[in-house]
Design a binder for this molecule. Structure first.
Ligand code: FES
Ligand SMILES: [Fe+2]
Length: 419
């Protein structure tokens, strides 16, 4: 039997799981399960299968349960994540993306509205991205089932005859709330198997302080788990080593710092302060305006680091998000806006160098992490990393119990380190 089963397992046909409606539920599917179960083919298929296939399906279901149990990849669900740049979603193209190991297909309706669907046809699982978009409806390339792009609702099954009673409108492809902001397409990733909450917050927006400003975007992938991506992003001690350059830091310029931090909802803030005297850009800003510079840096779950620098009427605002693509891959999306007399084309090479330095370091770190070493978090330089882990754990705990989230910080506190 084992032999037969493994033969079937290797067979490329992946049958739908008979026991779990997982791939239909969660993404806006609402209360239609009993009808669907009566009308769709899943149970008939199971009842009519040979013993070998039924065993295989049972094992498949068990494997699914097992993998659901071990599926905790450390992702934070029920948040907005940037999936793609707005400029990538053009015309009638279907664009693929992956967030939190969920394959997505993105597109834009003829009215200009972006949408995000699970890149999987609910009929036989073929990626919908192989199909086509007619401006409103996505058509699967296999049997031509057609889905409303914004709601995922099935609008047509071409093979149905006049005798068929299947209620097409009760079938949904997975779909996710989708918004455009700051040049990104954001997707709200609700946890698999859960319904969307009644209200969801707006997607994050970059803070800007004047009508006219320059804006630029950069991104790079890191071969790292999201947690390493984030603690790397928030790490204050690597600057003089990783980002050594004439325009940022020199190793010899390391000096002791004391910065005040305060708790904010779902995160922490480096309280407004005068930025480091060993960073040329801040010195330049001070020279331009002749006024002091203040910097405020926030980290907010699940993955946002924002920095606002202001001096007189001049401002610079940036946001870096680290987004989990898979458990072994994440992506930094960096957007910056400013009203300083500094052209985008001059800014980009600096920002690229900076990101590249972080990326190279993370590639090297991934090499070491393959061997599963024991790691350390020290005070105070690694305290932001400790807060991140505590925020994450406390958020999950509050979601589990329904109790208010406990913030890991009691109140404002000063951290001291050398960088
Ligand atoms: S697999 Fe998509 S319509 Fe059949
Ligand atoms: Fe860095």
């Amino acid at each position: 039997m084992l032999k037969i089963c493994s033969l079937f397992y290797n067979y490329p046909l992946k049958l739908p799981r008979p026991l779990s409606p997982v791939n239909l539920a969660g993404d806006g599917f609402s209360g239609a399960m009993p009808l669907l179960w009566r009308e769709a083919v899943y149970y008939d298929a199971a009842a009519n299968m040979s013993e070998a296939v039924r065993t295989m399906m049972r094992m498949d279901a068990e494997a699914a349960q097992e993998s659901a149990a071990s599926a905790d990849a450390g992702f934070l669900w029920d948040f907005w994540y940037p999936a793609a740049r707005s400029t990538e979603i053009r015309g009638q193209n279907l664009v693929t993306a992956m967030l939190l190991e969920v394959p997505l297909v993105l597109g834009r309706t003829s009215e200009g509205k972006v949408f995000a669907m699970r890149d999987s046809c609910p009929h036989r699982g073929i990626p919908l991205s192989y199909g086509r978009l007619d401006g409103k409806v996505v058509e699967c390339c296999y049997h031509g089932w057609r889905f409303d792009a914004c709601s995922g609702q099935c609008v047509e099954i071409p093979s149905l005859s006049s005798q068929d009673k299947l209620k097409v409108e009760r079938i949904f492809a997975g779909h996710f709330p989708c918004e455009e902001r700051d040049g990104y397409v954001w997707v709200y990733m609700n946890a698999p198997g859960t319904k969307l909450p009644e209200t969801i917050p707006a997607a994050p927006a970059l803070a800007v302080f004047s009508d006219k400003y320059k804006i630029t975007h950069l991104s790079c992938e890191l071969p790292s788990h999201i947690d390493h991506g984030i603690i790397g992003l928030m790490d204050p001690a690597h600057g003089p080593f990783v980002h050594q350059s004439w325009f940022w830091r020199k190793r010899g310029s390391i000096h002791e710092k004391a910065k005040q931090f305060e708790p904010i909802p779902n995160g922490f803030r480096m309280s407004p302060h005068s930025p480091s005297t060993n960073s040329a850009p801040y010195q330049l800003l001070k020279k331009i305006t002749g006024e002091p510079v203040t910097t405020t840096i926030d980290f907010v779950l699940p993955n946002l680091r924002t920095e606002i620098d202001q001096s007189g009427k001049m401002w610079f605002s940036s946001r870096a998000t680290v987004t989990p693509v898979r458990r072994d891959l994440c992506r930094i999306d960096f957007v910056a806006a400013w009203n300083l007399p500094f052209p985008v084309f001059l800014f980009r090479p600096f920002a690229k160098t900076f990101l590249r330095q972080d990326q190279e370091t993370m590639i090297q770190q991934a090499e070491g992490l393959k061997h599963n070493p024991r790691l350390m978090l020290i005070d105070d330089a690694d305290r932001p990393a400790k807060w991140y882990f505590a925020l994450k754990a406390n958020l999950l705990e509050s979601r589990r119990t329904g109790a208010p989230m406990v913030h890991p910080m009691d109140g404002p506190t000063t951290l001291r380190w050398r960088s």
